[in-house]
Ligand binder design. Structure first.
Ligand code: SF4
Length: 463
């Protein structure tokens, strides 16, 4: 085997590529991980040792989840060090911080703005007027430059960014003028907020949009900002209806209600032929050549699914993994008679998504691999038992298989990403039953058939 250590592993680690396939060296690596863990956090290491030594006996599911989550962060740090991935890990964290704006604004939009306008006929809004108003506000105080995007054309991120800032400005003025139970005593408006607010107010006054009498009569700067925010709320609501370019925006995505009698949506082309139905045109995909598989979700869509998850392990209600029980402890059925058993592997789904949300895909993959070393063979193209048992039973469940696939592909895209995945299948300290392979015992086994069952049993026998 070619020694590619110099390109590959941190030269200070003392390990070579060959070592990652040698059971004795993997045992050394496990010992080194323990030392690393102790140095990073002795208390958490003690918890992990307690779990490992007792094989989880006497610990609640929640305690085990928390220990695994804490340990997965340390393991991620250890592997980042071993594979020299500091730059890549920083990028994952930055990506989370930057996408967070969209998810934060989505929450404001759906919980507050959408509710406020739910009974209004949006078609009657004057879109051109609202859009010109929004243009003026944006050009005055929120240039795209302010938000420092990697992709300057990311209008959704830009919109979320300036909207959150506008909300913050209005809040400062509300606290100052009208008071608020959350406002600190003797609250004063920060200087930089005053400058930004001043710019917006004066430009709207000079454009004749803010008048001092008539229907837009205003008393003070807070009234003006309140009026601006209300107009901008109307604009963001109307944008969904009038702007065709935003139909895939995450901020507008609401979970669909589940109709078990029509899980697959179809249309009748000809009312005289009731049996003739076809899927909706917007979902139609032509299968050309060998491109038979579906497109994956993009990163923003995946992070939206991760954000939608309720991380039910913290209430021991993670039915995606454990199944949904009735009050007698029997597995529930859904309305079309499918037993809700959850993941057949009891994969730590809630924990995996919780850790992904913080920006640690290596930690997420390590949690998945404890129960599912053959993860490239599962994911969004294969099974969805977890989705069927998700706590959301009357609306769209979390799309766990897409998240799982994305966690894996995030790792594959790293330098030596395949080696990281491959190492975790052989060596994973979070897998307390078999953290590293036992040395070869001189026995050979012939496995006939290399489908999922064949390669999975081979994996376990090799370990
Ligand atoms: S996937 Fe569904 S059941 Fe599982 S933790 Fe998230 S919300 Fe809960």
């Amino acid at each position: 085997m070619k020694n590619i250590n110099a390109d590959f592993l941190n030269p200070e680690s003392g390990y070579s590529y060959e070592d990652l396939y040698d059971p004795r060296r993997l045992k050394d690596l496990a010992d080194d991980f323990d030392k690393f863990f102790k140095k990073k956090n002795m208390n958490k290491f003690d918890d992990f040792s307690r779990y490992r030594n007792s094989n989880g006996k006497g610990l609640s599911d929640l305690e085990i989840s928390n220990i695994l989550i804490d340990s997965s962060f340390i393991l991620s740090e250890f592997l980042v060090d071993l594979f020299s991935l500091e730059k890549e890990q920083t990028k994952f964290i930055k990506e989370i911080e930057s996408e967070k704006k969209i998810l934060d604004f989505k929450s404001v939009f759906q919980k507050k703005i959408l509710k406020k306008y739910k009974d209004q006929d949006i078609q009657k809004f004057n879109w051109n007027e609202l859009d010109s108003f929004a243009d003026l506000v944006r050009q005055t105080a929120f240039t795209e430059h302010d938000f420092n995007f990697e992709n300057k054309n990311d209008e959704e991120k830009y919109t979320a960014g300036f909207f959150l800032e506008l909300i913050e400005i209005e809040k400062n003025y509300r606290w100052f003028y009208a008071g608020d139970k959350f406002a600190p005593e003797n609250f004063s408006i920060p200087e930089e907020v005053k400058i930004k607010a001043g710019k917006i107010i004066s430009s709207l006054k000079s454009a004749g949009i803010i008048k001092t009498d008539g229907k837009n009569e205003v008393q003070n700067d807070h009234d003006i900002l309140n009026f601006i925010l209300a107009e901008m709320e109307k604009w963001i609501i109307a944008k969904r209806t009038f702007d065709p370019n935003v139909k895939n925006w995450i901020i507008y995505k609401e979970p669909e209600k589940l109709d078990f009698n029509h899980l697959v949506k179809y249309e009748h082309q000809d009312n005289s032929l009731k049996e003739f139905m076809q899927g909706s045109q917007d979902k139609l995909r032509h299968r050309l050549g060998f491109k038979l598989t579906d497109k994956r979700m993009n990163k923003r869509q995946v992070l939206n699914e991760v954000d939608y998850c309720m991380y039910c392990h913290d209430r021991e209600k993670d039915s995606c993994s454990k199944g949904l029980n009735d009050r007698f402890g029997k597995k529930k059925m859904n309305p079309i008679g499918i037993e809700l058993n959850g993941c057949p592997l009891n994969e730590k789904i809630s924990e995996m998504q919780f850790v992904r949300k913080q920006g640690f895909p290596i930690a997420s993959l390590a949690l998945v691999i404890i129960d599912n070393p053959s993860v490239p063979g599962t994911g969004h193209r294969i099974c969805n038992d977890c989705m069927k048992s998700c706590i959301f039973q009357t609306q769209e469940p979390v799309n766990i298989p897409e998240v799982e696939t994305n966690v894996l592909t995030d790792i594959f895209k790293l330098p030596y990403g395949y080696e990281i995945y491959s190492l975790l299948t052989r060596w994973n300290p979070l897998n307390i039953k078999r953290p590293y392979p036992l040395p070869y015992k001189g026995k050979n086994v012939l496995v006939v058939g290399m489908g999922p069952a064949g390669y999975t049993v081979s994996h376990y026998l090799l370990k």
